[in-house]
Write a protein that binds this ligand. Structure first.
Ligand code: ATP
Length: 214
């Protein structure tokens, strides 16, 4: 199979989306969010960026090479997606501001859009240098079951309302935590996992026996 041509993001006015996550593992809500982002924001490219050891996750993530491989498999058929491993290459904690600044420097003509779930947005003011993130990128939020709706959270940013948008996405109760727990419990059938993650990811998890309790 020939690789798709890299998206053209160098031109003036290009729209670049950024969607980071532990992707431990990537699941169907991540995929739905990415597709909605590309379509609703008419993105020229969507950078999917697996995090290194994210500063805000105390839990140890599984090995970076597994998360990267699964992320590539999850998004392989989505035109416009670029899976970018720069945060996995970085030593120490990963900060979104560093990644956004690097992407902006590489594409000075582009407008950046940062996509996050409402659970992450609730903690946004604890993010490293968040006011600079707000200046660099337009923040697009997907509502999430059990998190305060994005619209209700916008009140915390008076004067910045033009920097925030809600992504139109039906609530999807799936989480990576739930998938890891199901696998660790040993009761999850292959069929159950296949309803929560893209098929090639389910296959990869099974082949590599990931998330089983030892
Ligand atoms: P965990 O359960 O381990 O915390 P997660 O399911 O939240 O993982 P992450 O990789 O941490 O997955 O999420 C990456 C991004 O995707 C975050 O911005 C998160 O808010 C968003 N996201 C994850 N699941 C959903 C979902 N079901 N609906 C909307 N956004 C989601």
């Amino acid at each position: 199979m020939t690789a798709a041509a890299p998206p053209d993001v160098k031109r003036v006015g290009a729209r670049i989306g950024v969607f980071g996550g532990a992707f431990d593992p990537p699941h169907n809500a991540h995929l739905a969010l990415a597709k909605a982002a590309l379509e609703q924001f008419k993105l020229d490219a969507l950078y999917i960026i697996p995090t290194g050891q994210a500063w805000h996750k105390s839990r140890a993530l599984i090995e970076p090479q597994h998360r990267l491989a699964m992320t590539r498999l999850a998004f392989e058929n989505v035109p416009g997606v670029v899976v970018d491993d720069r945060e996995l290459q970085r030593a120490g904690p990963t900060f979104t501001i560093d990644t956004l600044q690097a992407l902006q420097a590489e594409n000075p003509q582009a407008q950046l859009y940062l996509f996050i779930g409402a659970d992450q947005f609730a903690a946004f003011k604890q993010w490293h240098r968040w006011p600079e993130i707000l200046q660099l990128a337009i923040i697009c939020i997907a509502d999430r079951a059990q998190s305060m709706p994005a619209q209700a959270q916008f009140e915390a940013y008076p004067g910045d309302s033009e920097r925030f948008f809600t992504l139109q996405l039906p609530l999807m109760p799936v989480s990576a935590t739930q998938i890891r727990q199901l696998l660790a419990s040993g009761v999850a059938t292959a069929g159950a996992i296949a309803t929560l993650v893209p098929e090639p990811v389910a296959l990869y998890i099974s082949q590599h026996q990931l998330y089983r309790s030892r």
